[in-house]
Design a protein around this ligand. Structure first.
Ligand code: BTN
Length: 325
């Protein structure tokens, strides 16, 4: 697990919200020189942290800016693998691009790319993903599962189960999954997942699981075309949410389901997904570039396709936009 001096200093401050920590104590507990402590405190101040310094008492954290930087995530993170390395950027066209390059260069499984803002975020089916600064979680997770290309869509469904669980734990909001992996609150989308895969027929090289979650987005931040279809956790709960600790909860939930998947295969994930899905047992329309199918959404098959019962039989749907009343 990547643990820099700066991460450890923030961790100490987070664990001691009220009290002062002397420079000597920090250097002893982090295992670095006092000069290194002083340098990192200056760096944190530049990032917007307000750190009070008092002679003979030491340092006290008065204000933490809302950032999804590793030093904010690590004090909350309790995973083994996911988040083992985190690359953090202020602004990028898309975290997916950085993750692809990193994966090609040998990133370890569980590595994460996270940004405060994306200026060209990508959604499913060629859409764009609106990612305004400091409002959401825009992150890409690199995985290297030992599975075939045909099984890869199972990971997309796994991601939606993990995200749904994390949102429930953090907010208690009632959420539903819309096939394959949109997370809805009161029928509006709070999170979307874009899974991109590189590999050969029988072996995946890597998977980039891109997660976009509207966390502290306000109604005014949504462009007009999303105003009626998108929402955020803050809009639904009426309170601001600490994004970095939500990232940690999210990685923990994803890890639990990922390990379950590696040990027991897709069946337990499929069952969880079906419990949390919003449209099973209802008449739906599935639109893809090739066709439009209307019928009863029954359940998932073992590949993760949605089975729709139509007048001419049961049709498996692998990729489409779904609508239902
Ligand atoms: C969807 O269409 O619902 C999927 C949206 C996925 C958005 C995330 S944000 C982080 C990552 N980077 C991107 O450019 N897209 C994904």
């Amino acid at each position: 697990m990547e643990r820099s001096i700066r991460n450890e200093i923030v961790r100490l401050f987070v664990e001691n919200p009220e009290g002062f920590l002397s420079g000597e104590e920090i250097s002893r507990r982090v295992g670095c020189s006092r000069a290194a402590v002083w340098k990192q405190i200056e760096e944190l101040r530049k990032q917007g942290y307000e750190i009070e310094a008092k002679p003979r008492q030491g340092y006290r954290l008065k204000y933490r800016p809302d950032r999804v930087a590793p030093e904010e995530i690590y004090p909350h993170l309790k995973t083994e693998r996911l988040g083992c390395e985190i690359r953090y950027v202020e602004s990028t066209p898309s975290t997916q691009n950085i993750a692809h390059q990193w994966a090609k260069d040998g990133a370890p499984e569980g590595a994460v790319v996270i940004a405060e803002e994306q200026v060209n975020g990508r959604g499913r089916m060629g859409k764009t993903w609106h990612s305004p600064p400091r409002t959401g979680i825009w992150m890409s997770l690199i995985l290297r599962p030992p599975i075939s290309l045909a099984e890869a869509s199972q990971l997309t469904l796994l991601a939606s189960v993990g995200v749904q669980e994390a949102i429930s734990k953090e907010t208690n909001l009632p959420t539903k999954i819309k096939w394959p992996n949109d997370i809805l609150v009161q029928g509006k989308k709070v999170c979307g997942i874009l899974t991109e895969i590189r590999g050969e027929q029988d072996r995946i090289h890597y998977v980039i699981m891109g997660i976009g979650m509207n966390v502290n987005t306000e109604a005014k931040d949504f462009p007009e075309e999303l105003a009626n279809v998108g929402t955020s956790l803050a809009m639904e709960t009426g309170r601001k949410i600490h994004r970095a600790s939500l990232v940690a909860v999210l990685l923990k939930e994803l890890e639990q389901y990922y390990l379950l998947y590696l040990q027991q295969g897709f069946t337990p994930i499929r069952k969880k997904w079906e419990e949390k899905a919003g449209m099973l047992g209802q008449v739906i329309t599935a639109r893809s570039t090739q066709s439009t199918i209307t019928g009863l959404a029954e359940h998932l098959n073992e590949q993760g396709a949605l089975l729709i019962r139509t007048s001419s039989g049961v049709v498996p749907v692998y990729s489409a936009e779904i609508e239902w009343q």
